[in-house]
Design a protein around this ligand. Structure first.
Ligand SMILES: NC(=O)c1ccc[n+]([C@@H]2O[C@H](COP(=O)([O-])OP(=O)(O)OC[C@H]3O[C@@H](n4cnc5c(N)ncnc54)[C@H](OP(=O)(O)O)[C@@H]3O)[C@@H](O)[C@H]2O)c1
Length: 312
């Protein structure tokens, strides 16, 4: 990551767009992964305030129920719980099936959940690195399973929206290091923040790939967003000292972190932003050149298709 990107992420200027600029979302069904805390919770709060029907897809029923109760007190509206553990592909499949039983429409899908620098020994249920497995592989399977519904719910004049959570960390890696995504000697050596950067690079690559290759007939748009440097639970756990310095430089509350994803998922003018990378606060930015490489996007798609094929 360059000093330029670092400084821009620390001082992104003042927001010009605010969550209350969202239109009424009464007819919309929206699913947010990882919405029980942090940026996702704030996204759900704002969507509820605009009358959307919102699913909180979370791995802990207890945490989700507490968040839903608090949101009810804050907004007078009720989010709906959907059990989803992105670290277990069986759970992802079950969540998608349950959602399809409960709903016939999906207007916006926020791929928001994420982990950063969990303990190195932590793997997903299928043995993938916990960061890449959660942030990328679990989300990819969920998307593959729900994409037909997302596509069927959109029209060229009112497309469905797919919103990805990138990060300034995606500028770091020069390539995707596939050899580190499963356990083995390469994974044991990798810097854990680099692994997080890899996962966010993959999220941005997939956003651009879906925008250009999968979103046929303009029925779905796909937008990658950097929410900004936000105080949240993402810094939980035993993060290295340099991340504590980074955390100290992180000045912005979750209300700010929700702005760019909310704009991408709900602002009428963002319907024209298919394939864009948005940075704080709700401005068009430039993704890493690595994310724009079409061959690498397709390689990632092929690799992911191979990993999830038995769950489709
Ligand atoms: N905060 C920042 O500065 C920043 C900057 C750039 C990008 N982002 C991105 O923004 C997104 C939201 O992060 P945040 O800052 O709001 O962090 P957060 O407060 O830690 O929230 C992360 C959410 O993801 C959920 N999650 C983690 N693992 C999961 C799993 N296996 N299955 C289902 N849900 C899972 C967490 O659930 P539990 O509570 O159960 O763990 C939590 O709800 C992430 O994608 C992150 O990479 C954040």
């Amino acid at each position: 990551m360059s000093v330029y990107h670092l400084l821009r992420s620390i001082w992104p200027g003042k927001p010009k767009w605010f969550a209350d600029h969202l239109p009424d979302l009464s007819s919309k069904v929206i699913l947010v992964t990882g919405g029980n805390t942090g940026i996702g919770r704030e996204i759900i709060k704002r969507l509820l305030m605009k009358n959307a029907k919102v699913y909180m897809a979370a791995r802990s029923q207890q945490k989700a129920e507490r968040a839903i109760q608090e949101l009810r007190e804050e907004t007078g509206k009720e989010a709906l719980f959907l059990h989803l553990d992105l670290g277990d592909l069986n759970s992802v499949k079950k969540a998608a099936e349950e959602f399809k039983q409960r709903e016939s429409q999906l207007d916006v899908l926020y791929l928001c959940a994420g982990v950063m620098i969990p303990p190195r020994e932590q793997l997903t249920a299928q043995g993938y690195d916990a960061t890449f497995g959660t942030n990328v592989i679990g989300h990819y399977l969920l998307l593959r399973l729900l994409y037909p519904m997302l596509s069927a719910s959109g029209t060229p004049s009112d497309p469905s929206r797919l919103v990805w959570l990138g990060s300034v960390g995606h500028y770091g890696p020069r390539r995707l290091a596939y050899e580190t995504y499963v356990d083995g000697p390469a994974r044991k050596k990798i810097d854990l923040f680099d692994m997080y950067g890899q996962s966010k690079l993959a999220n941005v690559m997939l956003s651009i790939y879906f925008a250009n290759k999968e979103a046929q007939e303009g029925k779905v748009i796909s937008i990658a967003t950097d929410p900004g440097n936000i105080k949240s639970d993402i810094f939980r756990g035993d993060v290295p000292w340099y991340m504590r310095i980074w955390e100290a430089l992180v000045l912005y509350p979750v209300e700010y972190g929700a702005l760019t994803p909310l704009y991408a998922g709900g602002a009428p003018e963002a319907a024209a932003y298919n394939g864009k990378y948005m940075e704080p606060w709700a401005r068009i930015g430039k993704p890493s050149p690595v994310a724009l490489n079409v061959q690498e996007q397709e390689r990632l798609r092929d690799w992911l298709d191979e990993q999830v094929k038995t769950y489709l």
